[in-house]
Write a protein of this length. Sequence first.
Lengths: 279, 115
Amino acid sequence: MAEQASGPIDLGVWGSVVGNLAYSNLAREIWLEAGLDPHVPTFTTILQCCTSMVAAFEAAAMLRARNNGAALAMVGGSESMSRVQIGLGANLSVWLRRLTQAKTAGRRLAALRALRLRDVRLYVPEIKNRATGKSMGEHCEEMAKTWNIGRREQDEFALESHRRAVAAQDRGGAGDLISVDGLGLDQFPSPRHLAREAGIPEAGVRSRARDDYRRKQLAADRRSRRTLGRDRRGRGPVAGQYPRVRLVDSEIAAVDLFREGLLMAPRRGDSSSRYPGTT
Amino acid sequence: MKYEDVALWEIHEAFAAQVLCNIKGLEAPDYVREKSGVAHTFGRFPAERVNPNGGSVALGHPFAATGARILSQAVARARRHGEGKSGGRERLRGRRSGHRRSPGAVMAESGSTDD
């Protein structure tokens, strides 16, 4: 559809945070599965919550450099936290590989005997950050205490986020992005209920209400797939509609996650990249 | 440049508390000086301009897709202004433009690089 609107796509950058054993380059797999031109370079990128925004920055830099004559890129990201793949522990993986590589019955028997019970472990990806050993919710809980952010303040912010999303939908400003209904502050679960239900600290925002919104969002996604590229009057994309904005600058900075946690963003970057003419 | 020169702030809402902590940080002179190395001369932070169409708390947070959602939402809002029709069209107002043809700078931020 993008190609119909703006001509051939020259580059594809797709993001994915949680890996899968079946592939290493999700972007390439999606591209080929869609039956698109295999000559188009397509790669996957990862930078946690920033992933697909970084994908946009990477694509912008490559367009600016006219990589292989590229003038149009497609960027996005994909995630399915409910289908996270479980793998074998490192030692079990090594043992299984040696077993399958054994050429003779004797070597296979020796490999079988080499298995130690303590090596029989599965690798289950955790939400916790490997370096700090804490989840995002735990880090956020610490931040909320440090900055003296109360529960009611958080709930009011969350409610306002919902209200704005609903208002945007009513205005038609959200397109097919969301499909949500009104919600009152009294419908937010109590912090105690949240913690009990989700097994996370009070600062977590997971709730039944949010899960319900997610279900509606998925339904909206299905609808948007049917109407992708069409405006509210059902008209298809028009050649020459793009580009719509100009990316003039971007910057990526990191914080000391051991001292500041994972989510405290303000920091002055040491360098920036400018994209004159990148649209 | 002042905070209010930015007409639209799109900030990832991993948690409500996270956004509130970051806004408090942006408003705190000592914190700004420590993190940026410059004095806080940016004025009031326009919290009302943050995520005017809702954020990840309402819309969900599929890790790898959130940055594109935030960017496209900012683009869509800037585009609606760029179409420039009065009456029914949203307008982005900034006191000063970062680009001579833009209605006001747009800033999109998609959260932690570590999680």
